[in-house]
Design a protein around this ligand. Structure first.
Ligand code: ATP
Ligand code: MG
Length: 374
């Protein structure tokens, strides 16, 4: 019961009103017991004196009632006074407990609006105001996280942009100073760096679109085999050139998956591109799909370098590359591909993860899509 009052502001307000009424009533009862008779006697004595002074002719007609009323009013005034004192004390206490946290929160809101996202308010008690304070702190925490992410993103993006820009600038300076020969190779290098820059900007744009969910998913029932075929056909020449075996193994009676066709192909493309990119010549890449419960798990397995356990939790982070210099030399990407794939899979309500038994052991990337209800 006390718990209930501690947790509900309304109950406490109600309780204080009841207290005021109760105190008023008690004082009224006490005063009617003790003060009323005394006051009545006093008033009656006064009247008796008046009567003694008067002619006495109309003494039996003298109204007792006004005297009674005056003494009753006196008792009433004591009751009202006592109630008022209690009301003042209770309302001061209550408004303090209501207004103080509200004031604190509005001051904190001001500071947050001015960019101080680490601002928090003290949570006291368990009532609605305390809940509001807790939510307020959660909101501030979220804002702080978003702000940190924004800062980190700007830092990362500028860092990523600087690398190809520095290379282009260096080559151009070399050309101008005559240190670098004005050969086809030099121009090609510059072109490749400009190309990198271009791809990076495209990827970033795509990532921001995907993360902001600035697109509509058109869910349709799709055959997994058709999706896989579309993607593998696109990469067939590169697989042949690198002499990488491609095995496709789809379990029988696979249900169709509910997905947006373009986006599902984009996820597959990112994973197959990685498998192709990181698997050395004469390797093997396997694509498989199986049903687990209501989901279909699509997996990509390769005989590439694998991923060390300490890197596994991070490879879906934006700009994360296990070996920056290696992926750069290999004409590698910017570390956004998997981030985009994860955002897309999660937008479909699925999960995506990577497994690897360690360096040199190859890796497996899997994601889930919802299967069509039979
Ligand atoms: N199949 C794989 N085998 C080994 N490492 C991989 C594999 N796929 C991804 N990785 C590691 O994860 C990192 C992140 O991959 P991700 O696809 O996000 O970026 P990327 O391929 O470097 O660039 P891009 O943005 O062009 O795709 C890669 O840099 C690589 O280190
Ligand atoms: Mg990639």
């Amino acid at each position: 019961m006390t718990d209930y009052f501690r947790r509900h502001l309304g109950a406490r307000l109600f309780l204080s009103y009841m207290a005021i009424i109760l105190i008023g009533a008690i004082v009224l009862v006490i005063s009617s017991q003790f003060i009323l008779p005394a006051a009545f006697n006093r008033h009656m004595a006064g009247m008796g004196m008046m009567m003694g002074q008067g002619s006495g002719l109309h003494s039996e007609m003298t109204p007792f009632y006004p005297e009674f009323r005056a003494s009753f009013n006196e008792a009433l005034i004591y009751g009202a006074l006592a109630s008022m004192i209690v009301a003042v004390i209770l309302s001061v206490y209550l408004s303090r407990s209501v207004i103080a946290p509200v004031r604190l929160m509005s001051a904190a809101t001001d500071r947050i609006a001015n960019g101080r996202y680490e601002e928090r308010v003290l949570v006291e008690g368990e009532d609605e105001l305390a809940q509001l304070a807790t939510r307020f702190n959660q909101m501030a925490e979220k804002l702080n996280q978003v702000e940190t992410m924004r800062r980190r993103l700007i830092g990362d993006v500028s860092h990523e942009l600087r690398t190809p820009l520095t290379a282009i600038k260096g080559s151009m300076e070399g050309l101008l100073d005559g240190v670098l020969p004005a050969s086809n190779e030099t121009y090609q290098q510059i072109h490749a760096e400009a190309d990198r820059l271009n791809r990076l900007v495209d990827d970033l744009q795509e990532l921001s679109r995907v993360e902001a969910r600035a697109y509509e998913l058109e869910f349709r029932a799709l055959e997994v085999s058709a999706l896989v075929q579309t993607v593998t056909q696109r990469f067939a020449p590169q697989f042949t050139a690198k002499r990488i075996d491609l095995d496709i193994e789809l379990s029988p009676n696979l249900p169709r998956v509910l997905a947006d066709e373009d986006r599902a192909i984009q996820v597959l493309t990112n994973l197959v591109a990685n498998a192709l990119q990181y698997t050395p010549e004469n390797g093997r890449v396997g694509i498989s799909a199986r049903r687990v419960g209501t989901e279909v798990i699509i997996s990509m397995q390769d005989t590439g370098p694998g991923i060390a356990p300490e890197h596994l939790p991070h490879i879906f982070d934006r700009f994360y590359r296990v070996d920056k210099s290696r992926s750069r030399r290999a004409g590698g990407g910017s570390g956004i591909g998997l981030t985009i794939a994860r955002a897309l899979v999660e937008a479909h309500g699925g999960r995506i993860w990577a497994e690897s038994r360690g360096e040199g052991q190859g890796s497996t990337f899997s994601f889930t899509l919802r299967g069509e209800e039979p």
